[in-house]
Design a binder for this molecule. Sequence first.
Ligand SMILES: O=C(O)COP(=O)(O)O
Ligand SMILES: [Mg+2]
Length: 230
Amino acid sequence: MADPIIVFDLDGTLVETAPDLLESLNHCLRHLNLDVVDPAEIRRYVGFGGRIMIERACVAHGHPLKQDELETVYQIFLEHYEGNMPGKSEPFPGVLDAIKAFHEAGYKTAVCTNKLEGLSRRLLEGLGIDHLFSAICGADTFAQRKPHPSHLFGTIEMAGGDPERCVMVGDSRTDIDTAKNAGIPVVAVDFGYTDQPVHMYEPSKVISHFDELTVELAERLIQSAFPQTA
Ligand SMILES: O=C(O)COP(=O)(O)O
Ligand SMILES: [Mg+2]
């Protein structure tokens, strides 16, 4: 039988990656002779993958990129980002304790991210935490990416999880929309990367620290989303 499962977004939810994304994005902006982005600004551009982050930053800095220029800059970004991994990135406070408590309660955990799968694996391996996840699924793992629900459903299936005993945890509108599109309850962290405060996107619950992400909370959310599974 499939196990209950918690599916985590990566950037801004599981791992604080902004300092390294910032360095690699600014490496690209310098290459284009554009002004660099500051730590607060980059938080508005993350959530849809690296290409869109670069695109948004360049538009904001008065230099919209043509498709071929974007591809070139994206390759520069990937090379720089991958070459510096795991850099200053680290898991958010309390998340590893929360994962441990879920494992002890019989839950699986998995990652569903709009980062490329290879980069995601490399980052989690670099941090020594890849073994915690039964599946690590990126923007290029399936035909569709978040906010398409098949990215989340595919992750759950690959992990051996039960889609009717699942909670998604994310930091952005993309994650909240993904979970809603899949009919799965979603916990939003309020310390990640988003253009608007996450409560505006009406997740099932907002938390400010992972000590609030308890097995009891997950069970309550699952029970109200899927009363028949209780
Ligand atoms: O890198 C991004 O833009 C998004 O990554 P995430 O889906 O893990 O937040
Ligand atoms: Mg995120």
